[in-house]
Design a protein around this ligand. Structure first.
Ligand SMILES: Cc1cc2nc3c(=O)[nH]c(=O)nc-3n(C[C@H](O)[C@H](O)[C@H](O)COP(=O)(O)OP(=O)(O)OC[C@H]3O[C@@H](n4cnc5c(N)ncnc54)[C@H](O)[C@@H]3O)c2cc1C
Length: 396
């Protein structure tokens, strides 16, 4: 194994290229966007398991430099009652803390780190086809150019073109019944602390906010919807309409949602939420899928980027130690159960974000008890560790 093509330069792509390089495999990233970062929007969390995987390839600091630690997640009801809190720290002895950062800064940091390591990142390269010759694989791009290597890694996100080539029967991404919108407000709610992410189970919609050390407050909202809107429908919601809807949804909550939205420079934009719960085939011939392309999860899990990073590093270990196709089989064996469980949890959380009144009462009673007992439904996800030096074997 000498050379890999990585299709997609989001999160999984640059990390895969860096990890493959560390494994002694040359990698070129082909990204369809015209430049490293355009407006990729919003903000997200990289959890301790994602940071652990970055540490395995010496890339953790590059991401830490553009984020800030967010050790506490607090849950409140729409009445303002604190339902409890979770610690977003990793297991001992490291007890690292997850980060919050803008998506654009995460992309930029990973690209810059990959370039610093001498990796080849090509922009404006939209993959349209793949030809597998048995002993090599050729990627065909929309401009007619091609590139050939030993393997192709499809890291091209939730709308993956590579997925359809690996598994033509794969269903389209599943609609998760909430919309998303987010912003950076100039308002800072009284009592809001840097590093404390507050999640509000409002009467009609879910809202989260986080005071940022650079000033202002980052927020997101999840208006529930009963049917999947057409992409143009969501894109066509005006700034004024978003503000009207958010005011309507949150006006009866005892939360800073309305004040935060009002003090947010526009235009507000939104997007529908989709996940990819199960792809029957993860690889075909010399092509394999990683990240959102094979298991996109609802943002409610807070794990999409962290799982994408884990995938990238684990795949590089497999390709370092095993030939194809055994490396791909081992990769799927090491990853499938874990990522599908996270996707299922994320879908469940998203779907439960705005239950009917009876469900709200039960949740508000049960949640404090569970949280007091230290029942953290995500501790098993965060405890994941990548041992870079451990050899991967083909055995089950
Ligand atoms: C608003 C929002 C909030 C989120 N919040 C969180 C969060 O809190 N925590 C979290 O962990 N995750 C979150 N996520 C999810 C997270 O961003 C993704 O899980 C993560 O980016 C997945 O990485 P990826 O590399 O697999 O896909 P992406 O980051 O989507 O990268 C795919 C790349 O492939 C490129 N591409 C697509 N098709 C082609 C093609 N044919 N040829 C070449 N290139 C192509 C795309 O341009 C893109 O750059 C959020 C996502 C959104 C949208």
């Amino acid at each position: 194994m000498r050379r890999a093509l990585v299709v997609g330069g989001g999160v999984a792509g640059p990390v895969a290229a860096m990890a493959l390089q560390r494994a002694g495999i040359e990698a070129t990233v082909h990204e369809m966007r015209p430049a490293a970062v355009d407006d990729v929007g919003a903000w997200l969390g990289v959890q301790v398991n994602g940071l652990d995987a970055l540490r395995a390839i010496g890339a953790e600091q590059a991401v830490r430099d553009v984020g800030f630690p967010t050790p506490v997640i607090e849950f409140r009801s729409g009445t303002g009652r604190v339902l409890g809190e979770l610690s977003a720290t990793g297991p001992p002895p490291a007890r690292t803390v997850g980060l919050s950062l803008r998506r654009a800064d995460l992309y930029r940091a990973l690209h810059e780190e990959a370039l610093r390591r001498g990796l080849d990142l090509r922009y404006g390269a939209r993959l349209v086809d793949v030809h597998d010759t048995g002993d090599g694989v050729t990627a065909v791009f929309a401009d007619g150019s091609t590139d050939t290597a030993d393997v192709l890694v499809g890291a091209d996100g939730v709308r993956s073109a590579v997925r359809g080539l690996v598994d033509p029967a794969a269903p389209p991404p599943r609609f998760v019944p909430v919309l998303n919108t987010a912003g950076v407000s100039e308002h800072v709610p009284p009592g809001a602390e840097v590093g404390r992410l507050t999640m509000v189970f409002g009467r009609r919609a879910f809202f989260g906010y986080l005071r940022a050390p650079s000033g202002g407050t980052w927020w997101f909202a999840n208006p529930p919807v009963s049917r999947e809107p057409a992409p143009a429908e969501v894109a066509g919601i005006s700034d004024a309409e978003w503000r009207r809807r958010l005011h309507e949804l949150h006006r009866d909550d005892r939360s800073p949602a309305v004040a935060l939205v009002e003090a947010t420079p526009g235009p507000l934009r939104g997007w529908a939420t989709h996940d990819v719960p199960r792809v029957a085939r993860w690889h075909r011939g010399r092509t394999v899928l990683i990240g959102d392309a094979v298991h996109a999860t609802s943002p409610a899990s807070g794990q999409g980027s962290s799982l994408a990073i884990e995938d990238a590093v684990v795949l590089a270990r497999c390709l370092r130690d095993l030939p194809v196709p055994e490396a791909f089989t081992a990769f799927e064996r090491l990853r499938r159960a874990r990522v599908e469980r996270v996707v299922a949890q994320g879908f469940g959380v998203s779907s439960a974000k705005s239950p009917p009144p009876v469900g709200r009462v039960v949740r508000d009673l049960v949640m404090p008890v569970l949280l007091r007992r230290g029942r953290d439904p995500q501790s098993w996800v965060r405890a994941h560790h990548v041992d870079w030096d451990a050899p991967v074997t083909g055995a089950a």
